[in-house]
Design a protein around this ligand. Sequence first.
Ligand code: ATP
Ligand code: MG
Length: 874
Amino acid sequence: MTSQEVRTQFLNFFKEKNHKIVPSAPMVMKNDPTLMFTNAGMNQFKEFFLGNTVPKSKRVTDTQKCLRVSGKHNDLEEVGKDTYHHTMFEMLGNWSFGDYFKKEAIQWAWELLTEIYKIDKESLYVTVFEGSKDADQLEMDKEAYDLWKAIVPKERILMGNKKDNFWEMGDQGPCGPCSEIHVDIRSKEEKAKIPGASLVNQDHPQVVEIWNLVFIQYNRKANGSLEDLPEKHIDTGMGFERLCMVLQGVQSNYDTDVFTPLIREIDTITGQKYGKNEETDIAIRVVADHIRAVAFAIADGQLPSNTGAGYVIRRILRRAIRYGFTFLGTKQPFIYRLVNVLVESMGKAFPELPKHHQLIENVIKEEENSFLGTLEQGLVLLDSVIKSSKDKTVSGEKAFELYDTFGFPIDLTSLILEEKGYKLDVEGFEKALKAQKDRSRAASEVSKDDWTVLMQDSEEEFIGYDSLEATVKLVKYRKVTSKKEGDQYQLVFNLTPFYAEGGGQVGDKGYLEASNGDVTYIVDTKRENNEIVHFADGLPKDVSGSFKAVVDKKQRWRTECNHTATHLLHQALREVLGGHVEQKGSAVHSKYLRFDFSHFSKLTVKELRDVENFVNARIEGQLPFQENRNVPIKEAMEQGAMALFGEKYGDTVRTVRFGQSIELCGGTHVKNTGDIWHFKIVSEGAVAAGIRRIEAITSDAAKDFYFQNNRMLYEIKDLLSNAQDPVKAVAGLQEENTALKKQVEQLLKDKARGLKNELISELKNINGVQFLAKKVDLDAAGIKDLSFEIGGQVSDVFLLLAAENDGKALLSCYISKDLASNKGLNAGSIVRELGKHIQGGGGGQPFFATAGGKNPEGIPVALANAEEMIRTTT
Ligand code: ATP
Ligand code: MG
């Protein structure tokens, strides 16, 4: 059975049991502060379990892209080393939201596995929660046990502890006991040697858990206690790749058709052979696994980056690059070359892959290039660390520095050290690593109290498309404390005009006014589990009263200008650059907007101008805002509305239209594009390979921009004595300045030449010596240049030039070389002798020497003495 068939059969089985097939939610989480990535099929339904939203269908089935690389469920370090844990995997699931419970869930699971998939009953084991003696004091799941006993022999029903048989998504939230189904795929001989029951939950690669049936009946509260949920739910998850392994009769997930095409391609590219050597096998599995996680993340809109979810993705990719580098000998980018095969094998089930094929390849290739560069740099650095280490041991701090600043993996460091006969201070490294983790944990720690509920079963209503003010009542509240924000209160109302952050648009700010006039500020609004949560700087005194809730109109309006402009910008880019342009990210603030989009090269000045003009033409066109709040998604797509990958859409959507631009959007907008006043791009640049970013301003910010520029212009005009045309005036000044500079240069040259000629004319012949002793207005360098120039022009020269600079005296003596040797003159001894008059000393060569002194008054005597000296000695 091919993997495609395995998937389809699962979904069809539950479809026949009245389940609605729904698409996988994006793997990258958007509106959940507690999770970065989807780590289980149930994440996207959390709001149903919590009772915040009433589901349209009470029975649902799907295959969900999951990623387990951070938080409570983190399998990253196992991946590659074992054969049945992946970073990204598909979880097949069926759900009941307050509908059927344990009986049907257990029966159907058994029916599907044994009758449809025809797995040998004898090889299946099931587990039941045994209860707990800890603070929760939970009883054994007798209900599940009895249900299983009716279909499975007692020997194959095993009791499981809390770690294995009580499922929790995170520290808080819906949870409950579970029954796992394990399968033993060992050979008959091996089964005879060791009974399968003793290998369940023992990390045996051929006795693995494939399906987990979770019976959600509790909610874990902030203080750690459990409360009963008003309704009971079913949440099941079956590992798709493990199921394929079982059904295809192979011993490893990597031997199924989900992975073999990738592994063949890795063999071809690297010249290795999977299955020959455990070390290279691990590396090949790592690469085959990680390419999937990274490609799916990029398709979902999460690019590798330096923070948050992007950093997790970058680390996964780097792990693959490093395994390749160390064990497969790949010194050039190669992982991006696997994208083709991946798209071929998974593109049908996940159309986001072929859609973003080129982008995925570009991004991975660039990441590979840059990390390989870092590895090389790291190797050089490591070399210098090794050279400076004593006792053949490299300190933990040094290794940590390499790891922390260069992303140089510690196992690579220790491997290289080992090869060179050095040791690594592992303990020191662990200590440094732990210290860093503690620091970042302390910084990001948020503690949340439980909700205090004032009104039961109240569904919150958002009225902020139409009103910015309302009389509201508090439904529930809780305190949250974080290092960053301090104490805040989260408030949920029965209705609210506040827009919650979403679709790139920031959350509203504003205030609450109690009937006695007390004011509480709302500093932010966010959506959590489909509830609009207001972040307040305090808790109103009388929580049961009514409040006037008022949105900060100015900030909202400025944000709306930017949001509408974002839609026009998107349209402009597609018009000016082409249909390949797609939104890759957007941030709509009150002060500016930021828009990331796919495009391969820098925008030219003309393109930027065309984009601005396009948007401004639509602003001048005063296009009215047309919205439709309840369009079936199919209809909206047929109208040409643009949907974004990585966004989760319901069956009906809201469309927003300005002229030709029609988009699926939940954000708020101006009533008419004319309100925006003007659109101005302030920057354009690259974010990643093939992704550009534009930042722009509108309305008040654009006015400010022009106002500032205008003021600057007035100041310039003022400086230019109110010139009519300041540009011409500045150009004129620049021209004049160039001409003046030239003149000054010429004048300086003329002056030097004039001085030289003057001095030459003053030379007098004393006993065949062309003699001059004179005080001049030059510095030491100028005197030297001048002396040599005169010496080059006239022969038999003796020059004694003196100068006074900054209260100091300078004597400089130049003698033509021939003259010096013929007459036995020595400039060095002459300046030393004459230097006495200026209270200084000096020296140099026989033909040129200088002396400095602190008595300028002695200069005339020195000059007179020089003449005397020449007269008497020559
Ligand atoms: P295990 O103990 O094997 O790590 P788990 O208890 O973490 O499994 P669940 O959280 O119950 O698993 O997830 C439901 C199903 O998803 C599992 O039965 C298994 O088939 C599959 N699964 C879990 N983690 C992974 C993974 N990292 N890679 C592939 N499949 C997985
Ligand atoms: Mg696990």
